[in-house]
Ligand binder design. Structure first.
Ligand code: ARG
Ligand code: GLU
Length: 693
């Protein structure tokens, strides 16, 4: 019997013994290091995070406030995703210089393109400041006092931290719903130039069809360079700036990965909600996600039918379309995944066990789940209205534009207008208006719609399409010439501006107060609940929800089974690109040069097993914001760049399933292959440290 047990034990793959769930705070990684080492990590906790000297954290940046990037040369060269640099690549593009289609490669430093407003932030240090933030607060003083004290103390701590260095920015972030407070100090660089981007047929290969999907073949990367002043300090853009010499950059390994290999993702995950109660989980899967998906389907169809008509419209809407499509697809996967896991039901069981424990042990947490449920049910309709009406507002571009235009400084109005009309195509917006307003009547209903809109609809016999025709024919905001000549009064009386204002007012006065009140109440209750489950579930290692602060996720390269009878291998190669290649489909029409390289098998040093590896998947727990994150091997070498998750696992923002949740990684060898062989930019390869030289 003993023998049998031992054999069975050995048969279990090593990785299944480990929890891959978790986004851990780097400064506390010593608590996880034994498990990491047992999975193949060879370095120490100080190699990951240290405040003296340099550690891997010094090679990682928050890119453009929502993605991650990492340094790969001692001259400030940075790699992130193509979709993270997409706005910049698009902003430099026109029909004459279509960098989206053709790619962009600076062959000299002079050709590197500056980007207004683009920033990267290095984390200088992080610190648990809970006791300093709550200094002076005593249990029982009440929440109002607690907030006031925390705000005053935080402001002081932040002020002090920002004086510690040049261009420092500090922030205090609550963790575990305010059971802890953490200080993050960043150094901010604002001269960041575009160095290279593959054509979209590589960087966005497979487009929105392949987005969130495995098997994947997207070369989702772009290169930037950080510039600093002559003393290596952050400085606004200047011709005199020089490439930044980072404290640390990553070595690249071309050894590649295989099933079971250790991987670690080091980056800035944006937002997760792992500890919410069952009712909220159910709301996401059954209401919030499905309704927003339905609305975005209308928008995407309208964009698509116009984009197919001309290259000009396609370029104008490329970035907008990708943004709308991205969450649209994710929400579908998320809702499906939550249902498949029966997540609401298992949370319900967990809550019952917790309550049972709390009441039988006389804990102060007893009854907190019921309170949360009650608060949630009181605010649910308002939360839905807030989410849904924002979607409606954003779906009609003219609404946001009229609001921005009227409320901007008259001197900057012409810039606001030019930027808007550069990427505006009225038929898309008109059709969106008609479709989403009709949907809004059904989904939200009169009670949750601005009165002005209800009035307009009743004048037009509840026919959103005729309202749309009138709207776009009569609004001055739909016509740049009319708008230039419009007086402030014309604008303020304009149907579009009035509708826009009515949305804003309605949200501000009728929806947000109840929603925010409920949110506040719930956050407070979650603070108690969180503290309670941490005591109840004392053997479980809790990580704080993602909140755009630096985290470590570790796991291993693993395939998965998306459905009965299917097993997905964890690595993809250039063979798959050729299989998908189809000149008649925009998203699958690869550059001719790639076909030629393939035909001649001219892979150079990027060849492995007769092919070029392209992407791989692993069990790292990641989310939006982790895009562009370095994926490191056991020695801390860069083996890939994170860019996505598999569709069947997108519920990991709410519940993690180790058998389905996989992050998708660009194999660094494919990026190097593209830079070298497709772009002929070997001067960039020369800057990097690859396999130790
Ligand atoms: N799904 C990835 C993320 O969430 C990539 C998005 C960009 N790509 C796209 N085809 N829309 O950001
Ligand atoms: N593509 C996502 C991003 O922009 C990462 C995918 C995810 O949500 O995990 O951060």
């Amino acid at each position: 019997m003993r023998k049998i047990l031992a054999i069975c034990f050995l048969l279990i793959p090593a990785a299944s013994l480990h929890a891959d769930e978790g986004m851990w705070l780097p400064s506390k990684i010593s608590g996880r290091i034994d498990e990491m080492r047992s999975m193949g990590f060879m370095l120490s906790a100080e190699d990951i995070y240290s405040e003296d000297g340099s550690s891997l954290k010094d090679a990682v940046v928050l890119f453009a406030g929502g993605c991650t990037g990492e340094l790969i040369s001692d001259e400030g060269l940075l790699i992130t995703n193509h979709h993270c640099g997409y706005d910049q690549i698009q902003a430099h593009s026109s029909v004459e210089h279509d960098y989206l289609t053709d790619g962009f490669w600076a062959m000299t430093r002079e050709e590197e393109l500056p980007n207004d407003g683009l920033e990267v932030k290095f984390l200088v240090r992080m610190e648990d400041v809970t006791s300093s933030v709550l200094k002076g607060y005593k249990e029982g003083m009440g929440e109002g006092k607690r907030i006031g004290i925390a705000e005053r103390n935080s402001a002081k701590i932040i002020r002090k931290a920002e004086k510690e260095g040049a261009a420092y920015e500090a922030q205090i972030v609550p963790m575990y719903y305010g059971n802890e407070y953490w200080l993050f100090v960043y150094q901010v660089f604002s001269d960041v130039r575009l160095v290279g981007a593959p054509p979209s047929s590589i960087g966005k290969f497979g487009g929105d069809t392949d987005n969130w999907m495995w098997p994947r073949h997207t070369g989702d990367f772009s290169l930037f360079r950080i510039y600093a002043d002559k003393d290596n300090n952050p400085a606004p853009y200047s011709e005199d700036n020089v490439p930044y010499r980072p404290k640390r950059f990553l070595n690249i390994s071309t050894a590649g990965v295989k099933e079971g290999d250790f991987t670690m993702v080091y980056g800035f995950p944006g937002s997760t909600k792992e500890y919410i109660i069952s009712d909220e989980v159910e709301y996401i899967a059954e209401k919030s996600d499905p309704y927003r998906v339905a609305l975005r389907t209308l928008v995407l169809d309208n964009q698509k039918s116009e984009m197919d008509k001309s290259a000009g419209i396609r370029i104008k809407y490329a970035s907008k379309n990708a943004n709308v499509a991205n969450a649209w697809k994710k929400w579908q996967g998320e809702s499906k995944g939550i249902r498949k896991m029966g997540a609401a039901a298992s949370k319900r069981k967990y809550e019952a066990a917790f309550e049972q424990w709390a009441s039988s042990n006389g804990k102060e947490y007893a009854g907190i789940t019921e309170k949360l449920k009650k608060t949630f049910s009181g605010m649910e309709d308002y939360r839905f209205a807030a989410e849904y009406l924002n979607e409606v507002f954003n779906a009609v571009e003219l609404l946001g534009f009229s609001y921005r235009y009227v409320n901007s400084d008259p001197e900057t109005r012409s810039t606001v207008m030019d930027a808007f009309f550069k990427d505006f195509h009225m038929p898309v917006d008109r059709n969106n208006f008609s479709d989403v307003i009709a949907d809004c009547e059904k989904a939200a209903g009169e009670e949750f719609m601005p009165e002005y809109l209800n009035g307009l609809l009743s004048v037009y016999g509840h026919d959103a399409d005729s309202l749309a025709s009138f709207f776009y024919a009569s609004s001055v905001f739909a016509d740049s010439v009319k708008l230039k000549n419009a007086s402030l009064q014309d604008m303020e009386n304009d149907i579009c501006y009035r509708l826009s204002e009515s949305f804003k007012d309605f949200l501000r006065d009728e929806i947000m107060p109840a929603y925010l009140e409920g949110r506040k109440e719930m956050d407070l209750q979650y603070r108690t609940y969180m503290k309670g489950i941490m005591e109840f579930d004392s053997l479980r290692a809790f990580y704080p929800d993602a909140n755009l602060t630096l985290r470590v996720a570790y796991g291993s390269v693993q395939g998965y089974s998306p459905a009965d009878g299917i097993w997905y291998e964890p690595v993809s190669s250039i063979e798959g690109i050729i299989e998908k290649d189809d000149p008649s489909i925009y998203d699958y029409d690869i550059p001719q040069v790639l076909r030629e390289i393939y035909a001649g098998k001219n892979y150079g040093r990027w060849e492995s097993g007769g092919t070029v590896p392209v992407c791989f998947i692993a069990t790292n727990h990641t989310t939006g914001g982790n895009s562009g994150s370095p994926v490191l091997d056991g020695n801390g070498n860069l083996v890939g760049v994170n860019f996505d998750r598999v569709w069947e696992g997108t519920m990991s923002d709410v519940v993690f399933d180790g058998s389905l949740c996989r992050n998708i990684v660009l194999d660094i060898r494919y990026a190097l292959f593209v830079i070298d062989k497709v772009a002929g930019a070997s001067h960039l390869i020369d800057e990097m440290c690859i396999d130790g030289d």
